[in-house]
Design a protein around this ligand. Sequence first.
Ligand SMILES: [Zn+2]
Length: 229
Amino acid sequence: MSKSVLAIGGHIGDMDLTAGPTLAKLVLEGASATIVALTYGERGHPRVSPEEYKVQKIAEGAAFAAGIGADFRVLDYSDGFLPDNDEAAMQVASIIRETTPDTIITHWKRSIHRDHEHAARIAERGRFLASLPIDHELPRHSVQRFLYAENWEDAEGFEPSLYVTIPDEGFELWAKAIQGQAFARGETYGFRYIDYYTALMTMRGCLAGQKRACAFADTSSPATVLAGP
Ligand SMILES: [Zn+2]
């Protein structure tokens, strides 16, 4: 499916949960994967200060990525205040030029979190800016495929159109790595993220005729790939 994939999330942990099993599978198949969080997600703990939780989140995000064989980056934006602007999109475009993914995975466009909606728009704009012939130290790069991950927080209007089979080995890598994140274990606001996404993979697997699957909305069109050197 993919040789190089870039997952772009609003907060550390978002793509780990929603795209993580697919990234683990692709890495097992020989692809390179990078997870970029646009904010730290440092305001997501009711009892730990943002300063302290930020340090924890960075360690958790790095450990998760290492656990599934992906690279990890986080941009220096503040949880809850991710701007939807060209500066952020240019930062993402530079990462796209550097990592040359054939596939981007990000949030669905409608969400209960503004940071998630902004992340989707920044990812789209970043993809466009990466493909433009503008003054940049790295050559332009067009990303063929743009996928939106399934996330209960980004459910409004989400219609899956692509099912990715998750083999046992990929699932187990993900299941072990995601245990390292406090919020996923339900220790912050109590939502049982790991149970939810594990059950979702089973449900989507039923629909796809597989043991487990992850669903994506794939709105990619060849018309959006710019031609030229
Ligand atoms: Zn989030």
